[in-house]
Design a protein around this ligand. Structure first.
Ligand SMILES: [Zn+2]
Length: 263
């Protein structure tokens, strides 16, 4: 964060330590800035419980799409991640879970073959080990066009995997962050038994740029978490600071145990 960083919404100074301690939420207006996948993992999981899987998967430019190979190299170097998603098992308040987190900082967290495969493996590991799945999504671009129809196929593949996990009697919580658009919003993101969004998150199928391209004008707040909540598309809107405790309450509820606050 540079010395003169100002909030993009309210222009308050967010360059101090308080912004980081507030989990990258503007202390003045409450705007939720993207976390990296690792920051999100550390926010939600019990310390030292996380064990990654499928860490060896990474995207390749199998179509020879212009500039894709170079972009992959750039984002790997910039983020220090092999791919746009972190997946693993661990504990939230002592409850075992499978956690998957897409990283907005890696080509907007868009879904290519690797994100599709990693999400599918989250559900498969959940089925094998009898664990609930928590997936935290953020994707400004939805399906990754650099991978053509293979990217679009991931919508069906991840949806089928979520269904197999549900058919096994297991619980799936989808956490939606700003922004989540396109093929991810239209597949696994909206299949959670409980769908939680962070305040102010923009969620929808066609984002503002796609709508502008066809000359369609809609008020931007129409795709906000608050509007979707009011229209029955979400179950909860939860500030980032309360997210871990909310997940724990839900996990305890489904496990038929009373939440800690009720003890
Ligand atoms: Zn602000």
């Amino acid at each position: 964060m540079s010395e003169s960083a100002a909030c993009q919404k309210c222009e308050a100074d967010i360059s101090g330590d308080g912004f980081i301690e507030n989990h990258k939420v503007c202390p003045e207006c409450g705007f939720h800035y993207p976390l990296t996948a690792r920051e999100r993992r550390d926010l939600l999981m019990d310390r030292d419980t996380f064990e990654g899987f499928a860490d060896d998967l990474y995207s390749v430019d199998f179509l020879g799409f212009p500039r894709y190979a170079a972009r992959l190299d750039t984002y790997r170097a910039r983020t220090g991640l092999p791919s746009e998603m972190v997946t693993g098992t661990g504990a939230i308040g002592g409850c075992g879970v499978v956690l998957g987190v897409t990283d907005m900082h890696f080509i907007m967290g868009s879904m290519g073959s690797v994100v599709g495969e990693k999400i599918t493996r989250c559900f498969e590991v959940g089925i094998e080990r009898g664990l609930p799945v928590v997936i935290v999504s953020g994707s400004g671009a939805g399906a990754r066009m650099d991978e053509g129809t293979v990217a679009l196929m991931q919508m069906a593949k991840t949806s089928a995997a979520a269904r197999r996990h549900a058919d096994a009697g297991l619980f799936y919580i989808s956490v939606v962050t700003n922004p989540t658009m396109g093929g991810t919003a239209a597949s696994f993101v909206t299949l959670g038994h409980v769908i939680i969004a962070e305040p102010g998150a923009m969620i929808g199928f066609a984002g503002p740029r796609a709508r502008a391209a066809i000359g369609e004008k809609m008020p931007p707040e129409l795709q906000s978490a608050e509007a979707l909540m009011a229209n029955g598309m979400l179950d909860m809107v939860v500030p980032r600071a309360e997210l871990r405790a909310t997940l724990l309450d839900l996990l305890n509820f489904v496990a038929n145990k009373p939440p800690a606050a009720a003890l």
